[in-house]
Design a protein around this ligand. Structure first.
Ligand code: SF4
Length: 324
């Protein structure tokens, strides 16, 4: 046995066991994202069969940015679902058990008619194998393909995170995202400032980000406008090690408004809205301002949007908030 199936995903437990042996670990802390927590029993069973003492991490796990501060008496952390963020300083041993989807439906012939010129390929960690499969398929059909190298927050070429699109290749003629869901391709289209074609390898369907980028931008501009007269400005700082951006705080200072900096473990409506700020600047996960805005009573702006609202930057400077 080398691979273990959890849901539609496969994880390489043998690779983890060999690393565990290398550092002679006896106790491990196991961390899973919400969507995979129900599958923890399967992984625990394998680890226990290999004479390991396992404790579960019961708190949040939004990504590899959200590793625990401490692992107690465990010898290492096993983080399931995401790939390492290479430039994140963790301070204890971590084994990343990446999840790779194995459900592949080949694209229908009509899909290839949507492709023009050089094709840039992207994916999230779960569909990275599908991205390589698509690359092969396109090259067999004579398309020129390109997969961009990312910056130091990115583990694999072509990989995108909700907070980082540094693998983008703006001059490619077709921007093709392979994966399920809209979260990453819409972020990519905002970062590229153009439309992205999406191929869903599970269903074999394809679509584009279409007017979703424009609709989102219109909402952002309305929020920026409404924040122009804000006087009591909360600045959200995350305690999660991979979402912490303290270095940008100085940019927010101004003479005609008050800045109140607050640390959050979890950036959720109840905790933010109770402060009744006129608006809040989110320096934590960039997706909070973009995707979750409607669940907060408080207007949440990205750092750049706040600077635009206070006329320190121009509207035309708007760009996707990313962490590098
Ligand atoms: S900061 Fe947000 S988008 Fe980036 S890895 Fe963490 S949870 Fe994902």
């Amino acid at each position: 046995m080398s691979k273990k199936k959890i849901g539609e995903f496969e994880i390489d437990i043998d690779k983890a066991l060999s690393k565990i042996n290398d550092i002679c670990a006896e106790k491990v802390l196991l961390q899973l994202p919400d969507g995979l927590k129900r599958s923890s029993g399967k992984i625990i069973k394998v680890l226990e069969e290999n004479d390991l003492e396992v404790k579960l991490w019961g708190s949040t796990c939004y990504g590899a940015c959200d590793l625990p501060d401490h692992i107690g008496d465990a010898d290492l952390l096993i983080h399931v679902g995401h790939s390492e963020i290479p430039n994140l300083n963790v301070g204890y041993p971590v084994i990343y058990l990446e999840c790779r989807s194995k459900i592949w439906n080949p694209p229908p012939e009509e899909f290839f008619e949507k492709l023009k010129g050089k094709v840039a390929l992207y994916s999230s960690i779960q569909h990275l194998d599908h991205m390589y499969k698509m690359e092969e398929l396109l090259e067999e059909k004579g398309f020129e393909t390109v997969i961009g190298e990312g910056d130091q927050r990115i583990k694999y070429p072509g990989q995108v995170l909700g907070c980082n699109y540094s693998t983008k290749v703006p001059d490619a003629d077709t921007q093709l995202y392979i994966g399920t869901g809209k979260f990453h391709p819409i972020g990519l289209s905002l970062s590229l400032e153009r439309d992205v074609l999406i191929y869903n390898p599970v269903t074999g369907g394809f679509t584009t980000t279409g007017d979703k980028r424009d609709r989102l931008l219109r909402k952002r501009f309305a929020i920026i406008n409404a924040a122009e007269d804000a006087q009591r400005i909360g600045v959200i700082i995350s305690q999660k090690r991979g979402q912490r951006r303290e270095d940008i705080l100085d940019k927010f200072k101004g003479d005609d408004y008050d800045i109140i900096v607050a640390e959050f473990d979890e950036v959720v409506p109840k905790l933010v809205d109770d402060f009744q700020w006129d608006c809040a600047v989110n320096t934590a996960c960039p997706r909070i301002a973009l995707d979750d805005n409607e669940i907060f009573r408080t207007r949440i702006l990205t750092p750049l949007e706040f600077l635009i609202s206070k006329k320190k930057k121009d509207w035309k400077d708007w760009e996707m908030d990313e962490i590098h």
